[in-house]
Design a protein around this ligand. Sequence first.
Ligand code: ZN
Ligand code: ZN
Length: 359
Amino acid sequence: MGKSPEEEHPQKTFGWAARDKSGTLAPFHFSRRENGDDDVTVKILYCGVCHSDLHSARNEWGYTFYPLVPGHEIVGVVTKTGNNVKRFKVGDRVGVGVIVDSCKSCECCDQDVENYCPQVTFTYNSLSRDGTKSYGGYSNMIVTHQRFVLCFPDSLPADAGAPLLCAGITVYSPMKYYGLTEPGKHLGVVGLGGLGHIAVKIAKAFGLKVSVISSSPGKESEAINRLGADSFIVSKDPEKMKAAIGTMDFIIDTVSAVHALPPLLSLLKVNGKLIMVGLPDKPFELSIFPLTLGRKLVGGSNIGGMKETQEMLDFCAKHNITADVEVIRMDQINTAMDRLAKSDVKYRFVIDVANSLTE
Ligand SMILES: [Zn+2]
Ligand SMILES: [Zn+2]
């Protein structure tokens, strides 16, 4: 029989885990590997609650292996560094995002897109290349190879900045890759949740004209007055949708439930791009006619590489971009997950790990 999670490795760790597809989280003792020569050990201060945490805790994508400690929007303080680590020292404020390892030698890794490495190790619910299981940030500490640790800029608050590590890079990376950074271009943002609200802020910082496309009319005032969007289109309002046909250069679609794509494609100009960043659990129907007739493109994107994630953090620090967050205690996580499932949060829960995770 294998060793228990608590005895597997030398560094004792405490967190909250889901044990089955109810997704209910409860205290969990486990362990992390000794800090190796290239490793950084981080005491966790805050951890954002991403929609992926919920999907994974409830096994909605069908590949969760329990026990699961979610959390991949981690901000903390360095407590140990290995001999080969020069970029960080004890006491530095750092971030750990969605990935904690990759092969470091394939084409993707060479091109700084470790996020697409075939051997990438995700921060939780993933097997490392040495066969050990990864556990995320709903815990008091984490050990990570230095390549996957980020300098967390001084001017970013640790709580409201934490969601940038997944939600921020998820919308920043496709803007860079697909060329959505040219001032004056018109971007549609579908869905005003954790990803969407940060997409609006980053796009405005790039100088884009931003329209929010949402099924909730109640979000209009907030989208425009607080987040800085230029216009708001209720997706169920045929008149408003019709008026916007052919007006957008790009659309970022953050919705993680199945929905119709043709109405969105019709909003794009010729050569327009629709970029999907949500992760629905079922396939979409996609008619090819709207693509060929307007030379349009539907693309995808998943988080970003480490170099680009650092660039995104520095960009957000420079432009004072943070997430709008509701800070919770660890023992409020199950209620928070239920509320997240109903999109009842503006716009991200963040767990105050250091002050509320007690054994
Ligand atoms: Zn995430
Ligand atoms: Zn690789």
